[in-house]
Write a new protein. Structure first.
Length: 205
């Protein structure tokens, strides 16, 4: 959502909203988390409900998971930190256009002891030859349908041949139409779960 005084959105590259540091507490993957957050990033004051559904209902990686995992639109890093903690043999790429979000994700990776396996970058900084075993995203629906399709059309093709994408989308913001669009693009899409008005989609080739 935009900041009413500055016009900032969570997808603003350089937010001017006052940082107003805070902490966000949540539970996921069988443990409690406390991460740093700040104004000007996505869901700055709490774990976004859609992200919570995604972390509860998607199949989290395990200790046996290896390769590169992508957190697309990482915000302050809750998905990144959970993935990296669950999969100590994997590398998590945390990608966001928002510079403050990237700074927070990097700091939170240090906080939870996974910084050696987390790569935090702006979208254009990710090398073209990296293929992802898993892509995780609570995608920025509010950027608009055309921009959202462009975003997913850019990143989903970077799934490894046997890779899987996990997306969460609110039903009232177009979760069902997004599923149909993905199928039309040639993806195999299953509805893993529906909870609290959100759809968790499993995307494969």
């Amino acid at each position: 959502m935009p900041d009413v005084t500055t016009g900032d959105h969570y997808f603003t590259a350089e937010p001017t909203t006052a940082a107003a540091p805070r902490e966000v507490e949540f539970s996921a993957a069988g443990r409690d988390w406390t991460l740093a957050s700040a104004g000007g990033v996505f869901s700055a004051a709490r774990l976004d409900p859609g992200t919570g559904v995604l972390l509860r209902k998607a199949d989290l990686p395990s200790a046996a998971t290896s390769g590169a995992l992508l957190d697309l639109g990482c915000g302050f890093g809750p998905i990144t930190c959970v993935l990296a903690s669950c999969a100590p043999s994997a590398t998590v790429w945390a990608v966001d256009v928002n510079a403050r979000a990237r700074e927070l994700t990097a700091a939170n990776a240090v906080r939870v002891g996974v910084a050696d396996r987390v790569r935090v970058h702006a979208p254009d900084e990710v090398p073209d030859d990296v293929a992802f075993a898993q892509i995780w995203s609570n995608p920025p629906i509010r950027i608009g349908k055309a921009e959202l399709h462009e975003l997913l059309g850019r990143w989903l093709p970077r799934l490894a041949p046997a890779g899987v994408g996990w997306l969460v989308v609110a039903r009232h913001l177009g979760g069902d139409s997004l599923q149909r669009w993905l199928v039309d693009q040639g993806w195999q899409v299953g509805r893993q779960a529906s909870q609290k008005g959100y759809r968790v989609l499993r995307v494969t080739r």
